[in-house]
Design a protein around this ligand. Structure first.
Ligand code: G3H
Ligand code: 13P
Ligand code: ZN
Length: 309
């Protein structure tokens, strides 16, 4: 199968009330762990790279590794730009074979966000590529933009409808209380499902995206800390809430932090238990395996996309 856009997988997700996992990739082991998991679960999957991931891995390597994954596995797979900061970055990805791009204009005011999103939509649609946009601000750190938790701005459902109509974007990321990174909540985790419901009422046919949606899996944090890490007080979105979001209209759930934790935990364990190990395969093999287990769990037990390929 060749790379696909997210169009058909999102249509199915909205009809059958499940979500597709969108996992951030930076290197070969992460890509393999994710696609191996999706293939075992017979699930569609989105591989996404941020602009800093593209700088790190280099765009040609990313594309070729994803092509290699497609030679091995017969599942619907989309390659997506995560948090595209500007038109030029989106264009570069479209010109280099990405099937989906995000233009993140959430740091701008409403009108400027519309303008920049529309410009990307016009170019992307001419090239058969779909566009995710974002309205509302997530708390925490978004690439180089730091928004304090107090300034977090939830998405306004009426604005969301106007935004989608005026930009023609294909999917919309909304702010309902999630945030990026490993420290999402100081007290109890809380998501504004009431806002999600209102957005879905106004935009029943628009796939909705949840950023900052890692669980910050406690076992992985414990494992990192047990083997010399120092990640105290990390907290994410509980699986039950993500499962509810999947059933209540979220079509795409973004996960990066949990994969970072899985990779780090597995590598730390090897370095601690086998201090004389210095063959990268010795620690990257368990890292890839733990990423695979983590992704399988999400697909099967949380997002509900197992068997939906
Ligand atoms: O939402 C941001 C993603 O976790 C990507 O992070 O820019 O460090 O690659 P990054
Ligand atoms: P996490 O930091 O919760 O994994 O969120 C990742 C994300 O939203 C990527 O766009
Ligand atoms: Zn994000």
């Amino acid at each position: 199968m060749s790379l696909v856009t997210t169009k058909n997988m999102f249509e199915k997700s909205m009809k059958e009330h499940f979500a597709i996992g969108a996992f951030n990739v930076n290197n070969m082991e992460i890509i393999q762990g994710i696609v191996d998991a999706a293939a075992v679960q017979n699930s569609p999957v989105i591989l996404q790279a941020s602009s800093s991931a593209i700088k790190y891995a280099r765009i040609g390597y990313l594309r070729k590794m994803v092509e290699a994954a497609l030679e091995e596995h017969d599942i619907p797979l989309a390659l997506h730009l995560d948090h595209g900061p500007d038109f030029e970055t989106c264009k570069m990805c479209i010109d280099n074979g990405f099937t989906s791009v995000m233009i993140d204009g959430s740091k701008y005011d409403f009108e400027k966000n519309i303008d920049i999103t529309k410009k990307v939509v016009d170019y992307a649609h001419k090239h058969g590529v779909v566009v995710e946009a974002e309205l509302g601000k997530l708390a925490g750190i978004e690439d180089d933009v730091n928004v304090s938790a107090n300034d977090a701005m939830y998405t306004d459902p009426d604005e969301a409808k106007e935004f989608v109509e005026r930009t023609g974007c294909d999917s919309l990321a909304i702010a309902i209380g999630t945030s990026h990174g490993a420290y999402k909540f100081k007290g109890e985790a809380k998501l504004r499902f009431d806002i999600l419901e209102k957005v879905k009422e106004k935009l029943p046919n628009t796939p909705i995206v949840l950023h900052g949606a890692s669980t910050v899996i406690p076992e992985l944090v414990e494992m990192c800390n047990k083997y010399g890490g120092n990640i105290p007080g990390a907290k994410g979105v509980p699986d039950e809430m993500l499962n509810e979001a999947s059933k209540r209209g979220v079509s795409k759930i973004n996960v990066d932090t949990d994969l970072r934790l899985a990779m780090t935990a597995a590598i730390r364990k090897v370095f601690t238990e086998i201090p004389d190990a210095f063959d990268p395969r010795k620690y990257l093999t368990p890292a890839r395996e733990l990423i695979k287990e983590t992704v399988e769990h999400k697909i099967k037990d949380v997002f509900g996309s197992s068997g939906k390929a």
